[in-house]
Design a protein around this ligand. Structure first.
Ligand SMILES: [Zn+2]
Length: 227
């Protein structure tokens, strides 16, 4: 499934569709996939967590060195886990962080730069890239990064409810559209991937339960009720 359409360098990938269809899940899956296979750093507007492989067979988010297993109804320290999956990522929680990233980009003399090469997971992209804010500083920063792809070597995975919420200059740079469907009961996410240049379509299937703990925070809330 990945052999043809998902290369190391994907440019701008827009994951679109209604709420609850697995947009963030799919964006994160793609970012994690490229980190696992190609060692690409992740820049993320969403907070990510290391994940414990639990003896229950599931995966749980590690928050403050512990994780909660709802099957066993208790919490564990991360050291009790059989295996911990770390995420190498930089949290870009606000516009200032984006400015810092852009400053680093400008400092980089020659590509490839180890500072910037990676995947940029921009969750709810329209909040950063709202077309009504096309003159905003953030917008210009992001468009600048995308236009100077050879320097930044950043692939963007942008989730959006509607395409028209994104700036039209950004839209010109989109290389793939991804439309996921989330089947919660079956622990399945099916994403239709379309390459803009060729029109070629392919399908990506993965288990949400393997990806969800990397950004899920509900477990922390459940856990705190027992403390
Ligand atoms: Zn467990």
């Amino acid at each position: 499934m990945h052999s043809d359409i998902l290369h190391v360098r994907n440019g701008v990938v827009v994951i679109k569709g209604p709420v609850g269809m697995g947009k963030t899940l799919t964006a994160l899956y793609l970012s994690l996939y490229h980190q696992a296979r190609h060692g690409l750093h992740i820049y993320s507007t969403a907070e990510l967590y290391a994940v414990a492989e639990c003896s229950c067979g599931g995966r749980h988010s590690i928050v403050e060195d512990s994780y909660w297993c709802d099957k066993k109804g208790r919490s564990y320290s991360r050291h009790e886990s059989e295996f911990v999956r770390e995420v190498e990522y930089t949290h870009l929680s606000n516009f200032w962080d984006l400015q810092v990233l852009c400053d680093k980009l400008k400092e980089a003399e020659e590509p490839p730069s180890s500072i910037t090469k990676g995947s940029f997971l921009m969750d709810d992209g329209h909040k950063f890239l709202d077309s009504r804010m096309s003159q905003s500083k953030v917008n210009r920063l992001v468009i600048g990064i995308i236009q100077d792809y050879s320097r930044s070597q950043l692939d963007f995975y942008i989730t959006a409810h509607h395409l028209d919420m994104l700036d039209k200059r950004l839209r010109r740079h989109i290389s793939y559209f991804v439309t996921p469907t989330f089947y919660e009961g079956e622990d399945l996410c099916v994403a239709e991937i379309q390459e803009v240049a060729s029109g070629k379509a392919t399908q990506l299937r993965f288990q949400p339960s393997l990806v969800y703990p990397f950004y899920k925070t509900e477990e922390r809330i459940v856990q705190s009720r027992y403390l």
